[in-house]
Design a protein around this ligand. Structure first.
Ligand code: GLC
Length: 712
């Protein structure tokens, strides 16, 4: 019997109430609860979410004990009428006990192979603790660093989002979703949540269909194509339509256009929130709207279990609609193998390799934004290590970390001491001990400032109205700059911070992000040259909050004021120059890379040939002209010069990260075909139009290295 037949067989035996039970996800209790046990026995609970609060990432939630997980599963399997197993879900966002860089940092690694390997590690650890299903990857494209959740996603580019979506889904789900070390993944938050107005969490969004298809959907399309088992609907409305009850989004586009065939789970209490959104009066109305829109499983507010039976009896919801949702849930449970292996075996996991991979990915995610030559530091240099983050542990793990342990996380002082020992002159520095720290700095060859932002101003429900660095940290920078010493700023942040009036005072800027369990060690690996930095930012660094939104893949103005690309920024604001502090794709190395001219194997190609599957090649030589072997992420952008609708000034369509040894040259080749040169119309139809395409290949989106190819 195949899975479809098995699903039909189980469904045929289910009562209406048992069916609705499969669509009900509730908070897992942390201790035995007879009322919950009885609901399991009656088939009223299909899933548990292992979280204790609505934004688990910021409230140190605890894991349900394995014994209780198995106890409740045993009740479902052995004491309920049909023995349908529970599926356990948890926010295993970018790590379990071993924590990897926040996704915005991991995207900066431009290393999907390494990300996939790390996410395989994460799945192994979480599955061993009884987790079947993770509410990750978060794929919300975002151009507004005020939004705390920008840290959870892949940044501002659809192509990077798609590449990372595939890597994360394949990492979590592995070769076979039923493997004991695999988790069912969940592409979230579908869709448009990253456009929350003003960067204020949970606020409305305004996204045209044209922009939805071309900016916000590609990452989800890639997740669906990678076989993601579930999708989570988002809190936001799009132009007045809540996604939670949006059939256009949950069914017509997600299933009709993307071909998704798993199940959709709501976000926390999102179904009952339709009342506050003003499209429903009662919980019954909420349930009717959501289930009829295609939202299959209801997270935590019990609106389905409390209302669907009467809605079916009254004819407002058909049993066929319920059956459709239940079949999707049963199919995932069967594919996960829960019927054969419902219990967690709480096996021990050796995390040695996981921690090594975490350190590698952290180092590849860190971005060197400035270096006047002071880096790398000699291991013999005397370093005055000063600042509020010298002993910080918890923030380095990032906000969405439920199972990482701050006490197991090396801080910057420990990491640096392990490299240079007594040559580290340490001070927490705050204004009160000014003399003490100045004294240390005077004796040192170089000052390293440990700066950053707390995890408590990033993540869910933690947005900010100002992305400036805290004033006391700016003061620290200015103070040490006047000492005539070289000053290196290391930033342990989640979001891109405004660097105007900051970077200018530093001789080097290393953006270490919140890069997980090995953040501090990886930062030292880079500072002392054991790793040559190679991260490239996947999000623009605006100079100041007032310049937001600022993103590279913007369409052209009718006037000569494309300030992102340096066109007359003085005409954009009278009080500042809105050019990026650091543009998309930017990141320095300790070595230098020289790009040769771009070659194409044709300067004209027939559109019909592309439609027939032909493509053309772009090649470029890149020489390492510096003193270190290093990795470079060569990026290919296009610009569709003339189209029936406006197209962005640059669109990333390819990248390749490769090691190039000093004094050596590597040839990079990209293939451009029909799938890389088009766009989606507002009806979601993919099209490629004739005309002139500029092709750019370089070290970031501002590269001037280009050729032109004509489509005829
Ligand atoms: C939260 C978040 C979502 C998370 C879910 C379960 O409100 O929006 O990302 O997966 O609830 O914790």
């Amino acid at each position: 019997m195949n899975i479809e037949q098995r699903v039909e067989e189980i469904l045929s035996q289910m009562t209406l109430q048992e069916k609705i039970g499969q669509l009900n996800q509730v908070k897992a209790p942390l201790k035995a609860d007879e009322e919950v046990f009885e609901q399991i026995r009656q088939g009223k609970i299909g899933s548990f979410i292992m979280a204790t609060t609505a934004h688990a990432g910021n409230d140190d939630t605890v894991l349900t004990e394995n014994l209780l997980i198995n106890k409740m599963q045993r009740i479902a399997v052995e004491e309920s009428r049909l023995g349908i197993p529970i599926i356990y879900g948890r926010d295993v966002i970018h790590g379990h006990r071993t924590v990897y860089p926040i996704p915005l940092a991991a995207a900066a690694s431009f290393n999907p192979e390494l990300v996939e390997k790390c996410y395989r590690n994460i799945a192994r650890e979480a599955a061993a603790d009884g987790v079947n299903w993770t509410f990750s990857p978060m794929l919300d494209l975002c151009r507004d660093p005020r939004w705390g959740r920008i840290i959870e996603g892949p940044g501002e580019d659809p192509y990077v989002g798609a590449v990372m979506a595939e890597a994360c889904v394949k990492g979590f789900q592995g070769e076979n979703i039923s493997d004991k070390d695999s988790l069912v993944a969940c592409a979230k938050h579908y869709i448009g949540y990253g456009a929350s107005e003003g960067g204020r969490d949970y606020h409305r969004t305004e996204i045209s269909d044209y922009n939805l298809y071309n900016y916000y959907l590609p990452a989800f399309r890639a997740a669906v194509n990678a076989g993601v088992g579930t999708v989570m609907s988002s809190f936001n409305d799009i132009s007045g339509q809540p996604v939670t009850s949006g059939k256009k989004y949950l069914t017509d586009i997600l299933r009709g256009k993307l071909g998704f065939d798993g199940f959709v789970v709501s976000d926390w209490d999102a179904v009952s929130q339709l009342k506050r959104q003003g499209v429903a009066e009662t919980d019954a109305d909420c349930a009717e709207l959501a289930i009829n829109a295609g939202l299959d499983m209801n997270m935590t507010d019990r609106v389905y279990i409390n209302n669907l039976e009467s809605l079916v009896e009254s004819g407002r919801v058909s049993e066929e609609t319920i059956n459709t949702a239940v079949k999707r849930v049963l199919k995932i449970k069967l594919q996960k193998g829960l019927f054969q292996n419902p219990y967690c075996d709480a096996r021990e996991i050796d995390r040695t390799v996981h921690l090594k991979d975490a350190r590698t990915l952290a180092a590849e995610s860190m971005v060197l934004l400035k270096n006047d030559g002071v880096l790398p530091l000699s291991k013999k240099s005397r370093v005055a290590l000063i600042g509020p983050f010298v002993r910080e542990r918890r923030a380095l793990l990032g906000s969405w970390t439920l199972d990482g342990k701050a006490e197991e996380t090396a801080n910057f002082a420990e990491a640096m001491k392990s490299v240079i020992g007594a040559n580290m002159l340490l001070s927490d520095d705050n204004i009160a001990v000014l003399d003490n720290s100045i004294a240390r700095a005077v004796k040192a060859d170089v000052v390293v400032l440990a700066l950053g932002e707390s995890e408590k101003v990033t993540g869910e429900a933690y947005s900010v109205s100002d992305i400036s660095l805290p004033k006391n940290q700016v003061e620290l920078i200015h103070r040490y700059k006047v000492l005539g010493k070289k000053v290196v700023g290391v930033f342990f942040c989640g979001r891109p911070m405004a660097m105007e009036g900051v970077a200018e005072y530093l001789d080097a800027v290393l953006y270490a992000w919140h890069s997980g369990s090995e953040t501090a060690n990886a930062a030292c690996d880079i500072l002392f040259g054991d790793v040559v930095p190679n991260g490239k930012t996947a999000v623009t660094f605006p100079k100041r909050t007032g310049h937001i939104p600022m993103y590279y893949n913007v369409t052209s103005s009718g006037r000569c004021v494309n300030c992102y690309y340096g066109e007359n920024p003085q005409n954009c604001y009278v009080d500042s120059l809105p050019t990026p502090a650091f543009p998309f794709g930017f990141g320095l190395s300790y070595t230098k890379f020289e790009y040769g001219e771009i070659k194409a194997d044709t300067d004209e190609i027939l559109l019909d040939d592309l439609i027939d599957g032909k493509s053309f090649k772009i090649t470029v030589n890149v020489k390492n002209t510096g003193d270190f072997d290093g990795k470079e992420t060569v990026q290919l952008y296009i610009r569709d010069k003339i189209a029936t609708v406006m197209r962005p000034l640059r669109e990333l369509k390819g990248f390749e990260k490769r090691k190039i040894n000093k004094n050596e040259t590597e040839c990079f080749t990209f293939e451009l075909g029909y799938d890389k040169l088009g766009f989606y119309t507002e009806n979601g139809e993919y099209t490629v139009e004739k005309g002139e395409f500029e092709i750019y290949v370089g070290e970031n989106c501002l590269t001037k290295n280009k050729i032109t190819v004509r489509l005829t």
